[in-house]
Ligand binder design. Structure first.
Ligand code: GLP
Length: 263
């Protein structure tokens, strides 16, 4: 895992947008996995800027979102579908036919999950998957105890997640109890992973997932099993890490490290 510690949220967003843009420039028909939440908003804003100012081209990019609340229609203002349109899709030249977000109001979630996996397979797999982290250590909606081999499925949400995400809803009772989510196994099949985290409230769980043992109780620890995972943090989110000096040395000596380890 490569750990990059940025000065603040703004720098974290620019670095992660730079990583995504670099992959799109290398491969115009990149298959990009996308995440929601407050954390990636700055990254998406920076990508929109690169599209408007430098012509970053999304016309051939395919995107797959990680998750969606069960019961919310794509146009519902609290749906992740709506979030993606407002924060990214409507500002760039992505082809709507290439955009995949799980459908929260599907009549048959089980069938839908199989179909979603099939679409990822047909696209040739995800090249770069963007991830955030929940305060309970989840990636997508893979709550504690999720199998590290899990596939796209319906998951019941933890009370802590419902409380965390209630800030986007009028009242806590309006937060759906279930979601469709890519599984940890689905996420691990992406060729590259990019997890971003910011703020003091993520500091404990960030330290646990980077420096603690792999456990299904903190599904982000599954990144330790991946051969190409990058984590971009701001100083607050990185504040409980023990090996900061080492991560910074690797970052500051990137050319030397690349020459020796080939990455
Ligand atoms: C939700 C999403 C996750 C996201 C998490 C953190 O639970 N399902 O994909 O990583 O929120 O969100 P935030 O960035 O707002 O802290």
């Amino acid at each position: 895992m490569e750990i990059i510690i940025a000065k603040n949220y703004d720098e974290m967003s620019k670095i992660s947008a730079g990583i995504i843009a670099c992959e799109i420039r290398k491969r115009h028909d990149l298959v990009l996995g996308l995440a929601t939440g407050d954390t990636p908003i700055g990254t998406y804003n920076a990508l929109v800027d690169m599209h408007k100012k430098d012509g970053l081209d999304f016309s051939k990019v395919k995107s797959f979102n990680l998750d969606e609340y069960i019961g919310l229609a794509p146009l519902h203002p609290n749906s992740y579908n709506f979030f993606m349109r407002e924060n990214l899709f409507k500002h760039i030249n992505i082809n709507s036919e290439n955009v995949y977000v799980p459908q929260g109001n599907t009549d048959d979630p089980e069938e839908f999950c199989l179909w979603y996996e099939e679409q990822i397979r047909k696209a040739g797999g995800i090249d770069l998957q963007v991830l955030g982290i929940g305060s309970d250590g989840h990636i997508a909606f893979n709550e504690p105890g999720s199998s590290l081999a899990s596939r796209t499925r319906v998951k019941a949400l933890l009370k802590q997640t419902i409380e965390d995400n209630s800030r986007f809803f009028d009242k806590i009772d309006a937060v759906p109890r279930f979601a469709i989510t890519m599984g940890v196994g689905t996420i691990l099949e992406a060729k590259k992973l990019l997890l971003i985290a910011s703020g003091k409230k993520k500091a404990d769980v960030v330290a646990e997932f980077i420096e603690g043992p792999v456990t299904s109780q903190i599904t982000a620890t599954a990144l330790q099993l991946h051969s190409y995972a990058t984590v971009v943090l701001d100083l607050d989110a990185a504040s409980k890490l023990k090996r900061t000096e080492y991560y910074n040395w690797v970052r500051d000596n990137k050319q030397l490290v690349q020459k020796k380890v080939g990455r």
